[in-house]
Design a protein around this ligand. Structure first.
Ligand code: HEC
Ligand code: HEC
Length: 200
């Protein structure tokens, strides 16, 4: 009797151990079903699932915690984030942020700035590759996702002390132009089969 309890708890502990030691790849594999598929759409409203490859770790962590707490509303992402521990979130963020832009460093002469972006560059960088870890990179992100994000800050679906105020100053045409501009730069990448495709 004692022995079988011992055996049972041994198996329980070892399975917990396996769970605790999930690698970043294992933890992130369910995410790739959406975030790893090229041009995979969210439905109602329709926009592409955002790219995560090469995103700042700090921003991924804060986004996942916002979904976990319900502060950022999206039913699917909440379902994926709700049971993640801080340690797991950190590992997942390490995984996605580890896909770095290496070879082709962006030449500043390649950037064709638009006037509308003047108010964004202080935080997101001239091309959208922000240097500050808590400000998301938006360069190379899907155009329709960027537009959806700006729209959500404006209509209150997504709230952020900084971005809500900024989005409120933008009209429809400016939001479209900004989304097109930042998405056209090189930066974020699509993770596909363990690699990141940096070109769109
Ligand atoms: C069923 C598809 C789906 C799956 C699976 C999924 N996501 Fe998402 N994810 C989305 C969509 C759609 C959004 C955009 C939601 C929004 O507008 O807030 C998103 C947004 C995000 C964001 C915010 C990106 C940004 O730029 O703000 C992060 C981070 C993220 N997901 C991480 C994950 C992780 C980690 C997993 C796995 C544990 C995962 N996702 C699984 C569809 C999915
Ligand atoms: C003072 C700093 C600051 C400025 C200026 C700023 N942003 Fe942001 N931006 C942020 C922060 C911080 C976030 C993350 C907010 C969150 O967690 O929802 C963000 C998020 C975003 C997102 C969502 C990214 C994602 O992956 O979901 C978009 C799109 C965006 N900003 C576009 C812009 C544009 C366009 C401008 C200029 C008109 C601008 N931002 C100006 C700080 C800034």
């Amino acid at each position: 009797m004692k022995f079988s309890i011992y055996v049972a708890s041994f198996f329980l502990l070892s399975s917990l151990q396996v769970f605790a030691e999930k690698t970043p790849e294992e933890l992130s594999s369910t995410c790739l079903g959406c975030h790893g598929v090229v041009s995979y759409n969210n439905i109602y409203p329709t926009y592409k699932v955002p790219k995560l490859g090469n995103q700042h770790k700090d921003y991924i962590v804060s986004a996942l915690k916002a979904y976990r707490s319900g502060e950022r509303l999206h039913p699917t992402m909440r379902a994926h984030a709700v049971n993640l521990s801080d340690v797991e979130i950190s590992k997942i963020a390490d995984y996605f942020s580890s896909f770095k832009l290496s070879e082709q460093k962006i030449q500043s002469s390649d950037i064709k700035m638009i006037d509308e972006a003047n108010s964004c560059v202080g935080c997101h960088g001239a091309d959208g590759n922000s240097m500050i870890p808590s400000f998301p990179k938006i360069a190379g992100q899907y155009e329709d996702y960027l537009y959806q994000a700006l729209k959500s800050y404006q209509n209150g679906q997504r709230t952020n002390a900084i971005m809500s105020g900024i989005a409120n100053t933008l009209n429809e045409k400016q939001m479209k132009k900004l989304s097109k501009y930042f998405s056209s730069n090189i930066g974020l990448g699509k993770i596909n089969q363990g690699r990141v495709a940096l070109k769109k």
